[in-house]
Design a protein around this ligand. Structure first.
Ligand code: GTP
Ligand code: MG
Length: 213
């Protein structure tokens, strides 16, 4: 597993509190309760790494995890957090978007910070967009795909909670999703389930490929 050995670094309320913008990172984005934190745990093979919850709106911070350098790529820079050296390979768990019970002020704050993050973060190599396979893409997901399309940022879509559908239904949902992508979008998509382990290896390779480029 190329994503093994991930470690919590810090939780940030603002982009400027994240680790130094060096090296390479991949962000996990998606609506509230889509399964971002669960996917992070499944991909890193570390169950308790990112906090998950039945209550939407659990992750109300940008959470940074460092990865040991990928075996075939040397570490490029040294990043220090609270005097400790951490690897400059990172995964970032973004706050869930679109949950109505999160106070309006908080939602506005995250809308602004996610926007700032996407536009400013030079070490950002790609986005893993997580969406429930049973629901078509919602406004937030469309905005994220539009942003990736406009900026040329690669996006890998995990259609998660596939354990809730039959294999056939899941394959149909994936095909329909791919068809709806505009030409020229640098996006790939796959079926995924954190609980059943479906597509975990494929997703690990996709994230490692994003980090390497
Ligand atoms: P926020 O932090 O609130 O934005 O949510 P999140 O996107 O991080 O979702 P989280 O990983 O906390 O999961 C939300 C709920 O979905 C939890 O009850 C999980 O157990 C459940 N869940 C996540 N992934 C899967 C999956 O693949 N299959 C099933 N059946 N449930 C899942
Ligand atoms: Mg979460």
């Amino acid at each position: 597993n190329p994503l093994q050995g991930a470690q919590f670094v810090l939780a940030a309320h603002r982009v400027d509190q994240l680790p130094a913008d060096e090296g390479a990172e991949v962000a996990f984005a998606g609506r509230s309760n889509a399964g971002k934190s669960s996917a992070l745990n499944a991909l890193t093979g570390h169950k308790g790494l990112a906090r998950t919850s039945k209550t939407p709106g659990r992750t109300q911070q940008m959470v940074a995890f460092s990865l040991p350098p990928l075996r075939d790529v040397p570490a490029r820079a040294s990043v220090t957090v609270d005097g400790q050296h951490v690897s400059d390979w990172r995964l970032i768990d973004l706050p869930g978007y679109g949950y109505a019970k999160v106070p309006l002020e908080m939602r506005e704050h995250w809308k602004q910070e996610i926007d700032r993050y996407l536009h400013q973060r030079r070490s950002l190599r790609g986005v893993v967009l997580i969406a429930d396979i049973r629901h078509p893409l919602k406004e937030f997901d469309r905005m994220m795909l539009d942003f990736c399309f406009a900026s040329g940022l690669p996006c890998h879509l995990l259609l998660t909670k596939a354990d809730k559908l039959s294999r056939n239904q899941a394959a149909q949902a994936l095909a329909a999703m791919r068809k709806s992508f505009p030409d020229g979008l640098h996006a790939t998509a796959q079926v995924f389930s954190s609980t059943a382990g479906t597509g975990v290896d494929e997703a690990r390779q996709a994230v490692a490929a994003l980090l390497r480029q």
